[in-house]
Write a protein that binds this ligand. Structure first.
Ligand SMILES: [Zn+2]
Length: 824
């Protein structure tokens, strides 16, 4: 079996002697834990770090989804691109807390109120298979659920569903009749215990928790201190949690005692009620042939010399040999890898294969720089260097001399057949509930294995060991110094439509810009946008030539819509030397995760609307980040971005409306000083539209000129009926006459964080609710104030407009046009 799943292409870890010893201690522990929840950031990093570092267990976090449906507080990526980011945030978190990471194919399709709805949308059979796969692959003695499987409806439906699946499937991994196709790769497995990681929070209050029956609860102090690492467990947990940057989960470490509670759901309760492994053999004697290994590990620990870790290499080699004679394939593979890593670390051995470019196309050549250096003594020879995915085969038989680097370069052709780099779960189009991955061997892997590697064959104290290193791109950044990037395999030509959605608000032609990018020099071809009948492109095709690798050019097509309202999808394509290229390359570039490249079909939606707006000049205050400004430009508005400190009476005077971006009152501290100016603008005839905020962490109590109270109420069913409470209101009639069909084809949800109470000056426009729930009337509230209008809305325009939902455009156009009369 493969134990892939290591974070790719970052700075190699360079552990201190203390950290090496911390890892050596783990060699003698053969116990596994699977922690189960639904999203990146659900996991309790205190417990994961405690199990991995204090108990020394092989600890895996199974996040059923990759968190595509979340919001991004630090950049524009949403949906699958956000899922890619959050996947890597989890991998970064695990590299700090020493846990491992797995996923299922379940897609985070957005908020879900209960487990029943969740299960219906996921392809349940496949998600179940993947949970069983995770159990069989990580062979946990103990499974721990983050959420309570008994309380559907009290938290996100994905949360309860994760706990229900883990509860339901606890025994399924041991049944050879279930999910038989997996048994080609893994053996059956029955975990011993299932727990729910409870806390006072699940009981409603600390007081209630104090009084609750704790006969089935275990507790443990996870506030332990690790002198070898110089940190408390809780400090590591906070650093790990802080990697969830796109969710704003920065966390400050605490020190001292910290209790965690586990409620037994299945299996036997440990009598001591504090060690989840009590009564389970977690030494080498649990595996056939392991009895010889345990004393060797004990000797290694006893004799470790903190000043000279290299003195441990010989014993590690002996342990390596002994492990090869054990029979359990799971522990054998896992511990072999641990020992091999320790050998290089104890020798201060640095092995690297880097290249000077970061994007390579199949058929192109790269310059490979290889470096081998041993910085502590030990008998090491280099036997051969071979390429994986590239033709490289050099045989040597030379000793590696202490602190004398061996370096050389080779120019190597990347085979024409090399697959492009892409997150494996996005290669084939999935459904709302599930990623489309059929290859059983890679299901659950956190990321795609990179294709190009170098295989170093070494002889260490007479024993042959193999180290596979991904080829990485390394460069010096003047700002950050040594910087690593994964090497990406990309097509020679990529195309990108500038915007994901184009709105045609009249019969007039719209310019659509397409960027063509060449990743190899001297590319020629023909670019066109295939269109359905009724739509016209001028010109029909454009011939182009790009001389330099990395060069790009923009081309403009003038597209004329049909006269009727219609929504279509286009995918521009380049024909070059008989091949068609229609993919775009999207870079995800943040400092806290490795650089990512996502290859996706270049697609845009063209929406011919029947729309009018009386608002032309819009001031926009960006909050947590949304795409509304671009959407408003598409219906002919001029949109000026305004920072909170630039807000003044004079500044606002010239605008038809001031639109405040999503969560601006959560993220823009400066707004609290500008509320009076904003209200004054409304009083003088202005129009202010505030989009949703969360009630927690508002920068001001005075959100509106009249009292308003936010709640957590939301309507997650995008087809939920919108009952019109104020049919005569201007917002329903001018300049666009709205009707029931304007609420068709919305995406993901109706809205969120609706106000629950409001001053009588506000008119609620709609009433809506999820199936079986009480009506909510706070989705759109409009109050006249002075000569103007103040609007508060939790309707998720930030999702609808970028998705080109025509009815949402017509409603938003009416909102920003309030009080404005038709212009000539
Ligand atoms: Zn969650």
């Amino acid at each position: 079996m493969s134990l892939s799943a290591l974070v790719s292409a970052q700075k190699p870890k360079k552990p201190t002697s203390g950290e090496i010893f911390h890892k050596i201690e783990r060699l003698g522990f053969l116990g596994s834990v699977l922690y189960v929840a639904a999203h990146p950031d659900d996991e309790n990093t205190r417990l994961i770090s405690y199990l991995a570092n204090e108990k020394k267990a092989y600890t895996t976090y199974l996040s059923l989804t990759r968190g595509d449906g979340g919001q991004n507080l630090i950049g524009p990526e949403i949906s699958e691109l956000l899922g890619v980011m959050r996947t890597h945030e989890l991998l970064q978190a695990r590299s700090l807390d020493n846990g491992h990471q797995m996923f299922t194919r379940a897609n985070d399709f957005g908020f879900s109120k209960n487990a029943e709805e969740t299960i219906k949308i996921w392809d349940t059979e496949k998600v179940k298979a993947d949970v069983v796969w995770a159990i069989r692959k990580t062979r946990p003695d103990v499974i721990i659920n983050r959420f309570d499987h008994r309380t559907s409806g009290e938290t996100h439906g994905h949360h309860t569903a994760s706990a229900q699946l883990s509860h339901e499937l606890f025994e399924a991994g041991s049944d050879p009749k279930q999910y038989k196709e997996q048994l080609k790769y893994v053996n059956t497995w029955q975990p011993r215990r299932l727990f729910f990681n409870t806390s006072w929070w699940f009981y409603g209050s600390e007081d209630k928790f104090k009084k609750a029956d704790k006969s089935k609860l275990m507790s443990m102090d996870v506030g332990v201190y690790y002198p070898l690492l110089g940190k408390s467990n809780t400090e590591i947990a906070a650093e790990s949690r802080s990697k969830h940057k796109c969710q704003g989960f920065g966390s400050t470490g605490t020190r001292g005692m910290q209790m965690e509670y586990l409620e037994l759901l299945k299996g036997d309760l440990p009598t001591g009620k504090e060690d989840v492994f009590e009564g389970i053999n977690t030494t080498w004697t649990r595996v056939d042939g392991g009895d010889k290994v345990q004393p060797m590990v004990a000797k290694l620990i006893a004799q470790y010399d903190f000043r000279h870790p290299e003195k441990s290499i010989q014993t590690l080699i002996e342990i390596h040999t002994a492990i090869q004679k054990t029979k359990d394939p799971f522990w054998k593979a896992l511990k072999t890898k641990e020992v091999e890593d320790l050998i290089t670390e104890c020798a201060g051995l640095f092995l690297e294969a880097k290249t000077n470019s970061h994007k390579i196309t199949p058929g192109d050549s790269l310059t490979l720089d290889i470096e081998i250096v041993k910085r502590l003594d030990g008998e090491i020879k280099i036997k051969s260097i071979q390429g994986q995915g590239i033709a490289l085969d050099s045989n040597f038989n030379i000793p590696v001399v202490l602190n004398e680097p061996i370096k050389w370069s080779e120019k190597i052709k990347v085979p024409e057949t090399t697959p492009f780099t892409a997150p494996y779960w996005l290669v084939n189009k999935g459904t709302l509930g599930l990623y489309n991955v059929e290859d059983q061997a890679i299901i659950g892997d956190p990321e795609t294995q990179r294709n190009l590697k170098v295989r170093f064959e070494l002889e260490v104290f007479g024993k042959t060991l193999i180290y596979n290193k991904e080829i990485v791109h390394k460069y010096n950044s003047p700002e950050n110094g040594e910087t690593y990037r994964p090497l990406e395999i990309v097509p020679p030509i990529s195309v990108k439509v500038k915007e994901p959605v184009y709105i045609f608000s009249s019969d007039q032609a719209n310019d659509i810009k397409v960027t063509v990018h060449a990743w190899v020099k001297n590319q020629k071809g023909t670019l066109r946008i295939p269109l359905p009948i009724g739509w016209k492109s001028n010109p029909e095709a454009i011939e182009f030539e790009l001389k330099q690798a990395g060069e790009s050019k923009d081309f403009t097509f003038s597209i004329t819509p049909p006269s009727k309202a219609e929504e279509i999808y286009i995918s521009p394509e380049v024909t070059s030397l008989g091949k068609i290229y229609n993919k775009s390359i999207i870079d995800i570039n943040y400092e806290h995760i490795p650089f990512q490249t996502v290859l996706m079909q270049s697609e845009a939606k063209l929406s011919k609307l029947d729309i009018k707006t009386n608002a032309r000049k819009i001031a926009y205050v960006m909050g947590a980040g949304d795409e509304i400004p671009a959407s408003l430009k598409q219906i002919g508005c001029q949109v000026d971005m305004v920072k909170p400190d630039e807000i003044s009476a004079e500044k606002l005077m010239g605008y038809d409306a001031l639109v405040v971006g999503v969560r601006a009152y959560n993220t823009e501290e400066g707004l609290k000083f500008k509320q009076q100016t904003i209200f004054e603008y409304v009083k003088n005839g202005g129009n202010v539209v505030v989009q949703y905020n969360t009630a927690n962490g508002l920068v001001t109590k005075e959100l509106a000129p009249y009292p308003i109270t936010l709640s957590r109420s939301r309507v997650t069913v995008e087809e939920a009926e919108m009952r019109i409470l104020a049919p005569e209101h201007e917002v329903m009639n001018r300049p666009n006459k709205l009707a029931a069909n304007d609420f068709n084809h919305w995406v993901q949800e109706r809205g969120l964080y609706f106000p629950s109470e409001w001053d009588k000056n506000f008119t609620p426009i709609f009433s809506c609710n999820d199936p079986g729930e009480q009506p909510l009337d706070g989705s759109l509230l409009i109050a006249p104030y002075g000569d103007g209008n103040f609007v508060y809305t939790g309707i998720s325009f930030f999702r609808q407009l970028p998705a080109g939902v025509s009815g949402a455009y017509r409603l938003f156009a009416n909102i920003i046009s309030l009080g404005k009369h038709a212009r000539p």
